[in-house]
Design a protein around this ligand. Structure first.
Ligand code: IVH
Length: 701
């Protein structure tokens, strides 16, 4: 039963009665919100709930000065959180590959074209005529909104793409985030994805306010949006001028559109804002025209864009193209050219990295490039400095492209001070004084101090505990350096053997902080294989490669065994490592090289006394898939799909695709004109499948 239904007409209310009723409505609506969103147990019908909100709005409209701080119309979320809970996205939130010029874009459309084989498919993906949704690329932060039965139940940041942070209370404060979807045509549950951003006007007003209050200002609208969205107190977020554009989706309980453009239309009907500049383009020339147009209009838009995004419009094609490791094969971001500025290079300093590489860095007179204050820029290596003849005291040209670290692209020679001397790159490590050598054919000079070099030891430990590795909260970069200095930690395993009594006694610590740190460290004794591999800091093994390795070898034990066998460059294990799609010979050499070092093996043994590494979980593969964990090889020409599509399908079903047949191969799929692989499979007793059998298998899912 609705209270609102029985109440007096709004225009008969006096101020006192209005005030009392607004207070009551704030309590009642918040109560029903909690029942609905948190307990999933609503007590009133949707219509009655809507009536309460309408009544509240009507009274506020008549008495605007009575609007309460906790008014439901202000959409302030739940009470302040104490931290953000981690949430796993039902479907990972991927990134986009980048194109920097027209040629990259043409290559992208050609790769889409080459993915297909059948005549009727080829007609739909001809680069000259393919249907593409082109959208501005908003420079904000991506966010996923989960709706169940039309109600917003979860808002999450992208995080590492697999796991994000629960920011439900915060996103609920955005006017452009509907709490309930309009209409009826939505799937029972769906993750709506898009960008949270701040417009220029709001950004400048916010910074002005902060300046008055003596608070630090934000460097750009994107930082301001990120800082505002990740507030622990959603009441603070509510005061920030954040907006949301919907442009994609994750899990959906059923399909709701045949094309991307139709999906955007649906989003509009459900109450989202969708960028009006988005355009359906036919063919590559039309998208390039869109890019030129947006670049010209960029400066007059009320928000920052850093490029445009192209998406294959047909959802059936999208589905078949699927995803590569990092990004979808059906979309690409076409970036705008970098922005440049001139400033004084005050000094060249040399930093020492995790692997001992000496990296020159330019210390600059601070300057704003494309809205961001730049104080340092990379100089890459000694040859770059020599080639561009960059000297201390020079006026230099700085360039920034999107998120990329600023670079020094050149020197303004006319402004060079008299008597300046060419820069001489040091041959000794600036940190530990050991000799720094450059191997023939290498661009970088490396410190030979190994783990006696504080910079290397500390950088490795920092990497080990960093967010995408062990993710130990409360053990910051500063602490690592201090603990290392005072010999409290020497090795990764040492992190798990900290003397907390000694830490409690340190300045600025105490029992409580030490206990908290202990808790954070203890929580990380069990670690997923891909994180563990990444944490080891093997040269060239970033998150992506770590994931490829984890996915291929599945358990630490198997990986380690295989890497030992891979020391034999003639053997099968070495070939298998090189066969993993996405791992080149250089990377394979570094990975095997890591296992060739005795001290690395000792480090691993020591570490495994302290931590448990869990097996790779078959990520997105459906549980019933007959291909989970199987190794599959394709040979010969397939008529129904290209090799890339076949590979993508197999991987989506949880299989590892390998290039050559070995004793570890589970299936060989044989197309037309197959050669020696089929014979080898026969000799090894590997099960073979015809193209028809393969199709039946993948289409049966
Ligand atoms: S689509 C699987 N569309 O750009 C595809 N992304 O560089 C998901 N972005 O993480 C992304 N505007 O934060 C898409 N119209 C747009 C976008 C957009 C901005 C951001 C997004 C994404 C990043 C990738």
């Amino acid at each position: 039963m609705s209270r609102a239904a029985k109440a007096a007409p709004v225009d008969e209310l006096d101020e006192k009665a209005a005030k009392a009723e607004l207070k009551h409505l704030a309590e009642v609506i918040s109560h029903h919100d909690r029942l609905y969103y948190e307990k999933d147990a609503p007590e009133i019908s949707d219509a009655d709930y809507d009536a309460l909100r309408l009544r509240n709005e009507a009274i506020e409209k008549r008495f605007p000065h009575l609007v309460r701080a906790d008014s439901p119309s202000r959409r302030v979320g739940a009470a302040p959180a104490t931290g953000f809970a981690k949430v796993t996205h039902a479907k990972p939130m991927l990134s986009l590959d980048n194109a920097f010029d027209d040629e990259d874009v043409r290559a992208f459309f050609q790769s889409v074209r080459n993915f297909f084989r059948r005549k009727e498919d080829l007609e739909r993906v001809d680069p000259a005529t393919i249907d593409v949704a082109a959208e501005p690329k908003i420079d904000g932060l991506s966010c996923s909104l989960r709706y169940e039965r039309g109600a917003l139940v979860l808002g999450a940041t992208r995080g590492d793409g697999v796991t994000g942070e629960d920011i439900t209370a915060n996103v609920k404060t955005l006017d452009t985030v509907p709490h309930r979807l309009k209409g009826r045509a939505w799937p029972d549950h769906i993750e709506i994805r898009g960008e949270v951003y701040m417009e220029h006007a709001g950004f400048f007003a916010l910074n002005a306010e902060r300046e008055r209050a003596g608070e630090p200002v934000f460097a750009n609208p994107r930082n301001a949006a990120a800082g505002s969205l990740r507030q622990l107190d959603s009441a603070v977020t509510a005061t920030r001028p954040l907006k949301f554009f919907a442009y994609a989706w994750g899990e959906a309980s059923r399909s709701f559109a045949a094309t991307h453009f139709e999906a955007l239309d649906q989003f509009r009907h459900w109450g989202f804002s969708v960028n009006k500049l988005s355009r359906l383009c036919r063919g590559v020339e039309a998208v390039l025209e869109f890019h030129r147009e947006m670049a010209a209009r960029r400066a007059e838009l009320p928000y920052d864009i850093d490029g445009v995004v192209y998406k294959v419009n047909d959802l059936d094609l999208q589905e078949r193209l699927g995803f590569a490791a990092r990004a979808p094969r059906w979309a690409i971001a076409h970036k705008f050219p970098a922005q440049q500025a001139q400033t004084l290079l005050k000094e060249i300093i040399v930093q020492v990295g995790r692997q001992g590489s000496l990296t020159p860095v330019a210390v600059l007179e601070p300057i704003t490039v494309g809205g961001v204050v730049v104080q340092r820029a990379t100089l890459h290596n000694e040859d770059e400095i020599a080639r561009k003849d960059i000297r201390q005291g020079d006026t230099v040209i700085i360039q920034r492209a999107g998120d990329v670290i600023p670079q020094v692209v050149g020197v303004v020679k006319e402004r060079r001070p008299r008597g300046s001397k060419p820069y001489v790159f040091p041959h000794k490590c600036p940190i530990c004084g050991s000799l720094a050598v450059r191997e023939p054919g290498e661009a970088v000079r490396r410190c030979t101090g190994g783990l006696i070099c504080a910079a290397q030891a500390v950088e490795r430990l920092r990497h080990f505990v960093s967010r995408d590795a062990l993710d130990i909260e409360g053990l910051g970069e500063k602490h690592i350096a201090e603990f290392w200095e005072d010999k409290l930690i020497k090795t990764p395993a040492g992190i798990f053997r900290l003397d907390y009594a000694a830490i409690a006694e340190r300045e600025g610590w105490g029992e409580q902080s030490a206990a908290k740190l202990r808790e954070a460290i203890e929580a990380r004794r069990t670690i997923a294989l891909e994180r563990f591999i990444y944490a080891l800091g093997i040269p060239q093994v970033g998150q992506q490669t770590a994931k490829l390795l984890a996915r291929h070898y599945r358990s630490f034990r198997r990986w380690r065994q295989a890497m030992r066998e891979a020391q034999d460059r003639e053997g099968e294990a070495w070939r298998e490592l090189n066969d993993i799609h996405g791992i080149g010979e250089d990377t394979a050499t570094d990975i095997a090289g890591f296992f060739a070092e005795k001290h690395n093996l000792a480090l691993l043994d020591d570490l495994l006394e302290e931590v448990t590494v869990t097996d790779y979980e078959g990520a997105r593969a459906p549980a019933h898939s007959p291909l989970v964990g199987k190794t599959i090889v394709f040979t010969g020409t397939l008529t129904s799909m290209s090799r890339s599509e076949a590979k993508a399908r197999a991987e989506a079903l949880g299989a590892n695709v390998s290039a050559s047949v070995s004793g570890k191969t589970d299936y060989l799929v044989v197309g037309a004109d197959a050669g020696s692989k089929a014979e080898k499979a026969k000799a090894l007793g590997v099960k073979t499948m015809s193209e028809e059998e393969w199709l039946a298998l993948v289409q049966g899912d």
